[in-house]
Design a protein around this ligand. Structure first.
Ligand code: SAH
Length: 243
């Protein structure tokens, strides 16, 4: 029995239309530039690339980060655009205990909601939404090799920090990275039977912050530009390999 509940379809050999989901404008701008997207649109060979961001909300004028807006934006865009591949790029907290450092890259093999705790059989699995992305290790390893990324579990929750219980779960599952959107995107892709590729750049070290080191939000702000530059550098190589 695999330890995930859901498995997404394989990455297509030649996608026609790729939706590129990026949560924050400061993450999206350097990546869009590196991919030469104009007004969020571009092309690599025969493949159309379309940038998708949930935007800013009216009340705060702040980027709509987090799982709810990720699922909302992706569901709408899938209905309108009918992509055959979804790609997600963005920042994440990384785990120094797993050998990760600032600006390192993680290509997600699987994802789940690490803050979903439902002590009811069946409902637990639905809430946790543990989802395997590409079913092929060879496919993931080849993609990761092209951009010098690690392959493993990138987990999601609604918080930037982590509880003691979540830290124990991260250690037990050898989580490489944690973000706030990927598991929501994967759940939508599972429901829509769409393949998903996700690349995370490390802005902060979760275990350092939890042990009293630099708090995640401070490290995030300090490293955002550098990590986004690393993601932007990897973006053309990743998309070229996918298309
Ligand atoms: N702008 C805020 C932080 C944004 S929230 C600030 O200035 O503090 C962090 C965003 O980056 C989310 O979209 C999330 O996906 C990602 N992220 C980076 N580090 C993270 C971490 N340690 N835990 C969860 N999400 C993280």
């Amino acid at each position: 029995m695999p330890d995930w509940t859901y498995e997404l379809p394989p990455i297509p050999a030649q996608p026609r239309r790729v939706l590129l989901f990026i949560a924050m404008e400061s993450e999206a701008a350097p990546i869009a530039h590196a991919l030469r997207l104009e007004h969020g649109k571009g092309r690599i060979g025969q493949t159309e690339i379309e940038l998708l961001s949930p935007g800013r909300d009216d009340a705060t004028k702040i980027d709509r980060i987090g799982p709810v807006y990720a699922a909302w934006a992706l569901t709408r865009a899938i209905a309108a655009q009918r992509p055959d591949l979804v790609v997600n790029m963005g920042t994440a907290g990384g785990f120094a205990a797993q050998g990760l450092g600032i600006a390192d890259l993680v290509l997600a093999r699987d994802t789940m909601f690490h803050d979903a705790r439902v002590a009811l059989p069946g409902f637990d699995a639905v809430a946790r939404a543990h989802t395997r992305l590409s079913p092929s290790d060879a496919q993931l390893d080849a993609l990761a090799a092209a951009i010098d990324a690690r392959v493993g579990l990138a987990s999601s929750g609604s918080s930037l920090d982590a509880t003691d219980g979540e830290m124990a779960l991260f250690a037990r599952t050898r989580t490489l990275a944690k973000d706030m959107e990927l598991a929501a995107l994967a759940s939508v892709c599972a429901a829509e039977r769409l393949p998903l590729v996700s690349l995370k750049g490390v802005t902060d070290l979760v275990d350092h912050a939890h042990a009293g080191g630099e708090p995640a939000h401070e490290a995030f702000v300090r490293n955002l530009e550098r990590t986004c530059a690393r993601l932007a550098e990897a973006a053309p190589a990743l998309l070229a390999k996918l298309c």
